[in-house]
Design a protein around this ligand. Structure first.
Ligand SMILES: [Zn+2]
Length: 263
């Protein structure tokens, strides 16, 4: 594990002092490499909170250029960047906010050609793409390479969140054998809604990396921000799941999840 510098101890002091957090959790964050797909209102904001928390290495994956109608929610972007590739602006903003971490930018979408090497190069992934084609590819690769994945999606004022550990919890395909109709282009969204889900997504990743507190394992959090209703329901693995049905369980330890995950 990577040791903390005096600057780290000062920068992250207010979280290191959380009960049951401590320097060990901070070292785990610093040693972690997290893949974030879909660096928009959800993925970009989640990446921001991972960057300020001190996750040592981030890989941002997003194709396409910034549009004016992204600006109501993509808080890593600036007005003068409209028309240019989003992912490089996200990288630049994160590096300016926290120069002590490494941020890699991949100007591409998740594809069958790149997904395996991207997943293998990271300890875990945040699934924040806006379409289920990329989501399914990422889920399959995370199961194949046994990498945990935080799964977050939204539509309008509704959202869901869960954390997937292959062989331990249901995978995305177990949860949704038929995908929700949530991947229309130009979906309607408020920045405060994608930001709310993004903070919870980042928190799941931080919990999983550090072993601090309890992530949503085999639990699906559903969020209705019209009514401000948050509900958790238990979710179950599908033993006949075409993606994870044959995945042998790993020895998972809640106190050191990443170490047990990467054995
Ligand atoms: Zn499955």
């Amino acid at each position: 594990m990577i040791e903390l510098t005096p600057t780290d101890l000062e920068r992250y002091r207010r979280q290191i002092t959380l009960p049951n957090f401590g320097e060990l959790a901070q070292k785990r964050l610093k040693s972690a490499k997290v893949l974030v797909t879909g660096v928009g209102g959800l993925g970009g904001t989640a990446a921001l909170y991972l960057a300020v928390a001190g996750v040592g290495r981030l890989i941002l994956v997003r194709g396409g250029d910034l549009r004016m109608d992204d600006m109501n929610r993509q808080i890593l972007m600036t007005d003068d960047w409209v028309g240019k590739p989003r992912v490089f602006k996200a990288q630049e903003t994160l590096q300016r906010i926290n120069p002590d971490i490494e941020v890699e930018a991949v100007f591409d979408y998740i594809t069958p050609e790149n997904v395996d090497s991207l997943v293998q190069s990271a300890d875990m992934a945040l699934d924040c793409a806006h379409n289920f084609t990329e989501r399914n590819l990422l889920n399959e690769a995370c199961v194949k390479w046994r990498k945990p994945m935080v799964e977050a999606a939204m539509d309008g004022m509704e959202a869901y969140l869960t954390t997937i550990i292959p062989g331990v919890t249901p995978c995305l395909s177990c949860l949704f054998p038929e995908k929700p109709d949530w991947d229309r282009r130009a979906f309607s969204v408020l920045g405060a809604v994608s930001g709310t889900l993004a903070c919870l997504t980042a928190l799941e990743a931080i919990k999983l990396i550090t072993g601090f507190s309890q992530p949503l394992l085999s639990q699906l959090l559903t969020i209705d921000l019209n009514r401000m209703e948050f509900a958790k329901r238990r979710s179950y693995r599908d033993r006949a799941c075409p993606v994870c049905g044959n995945t042998a369980p790993w020895r998972y330890s809640q106190s050191s999840p990443m170490e047990s995950a990467n054995k």
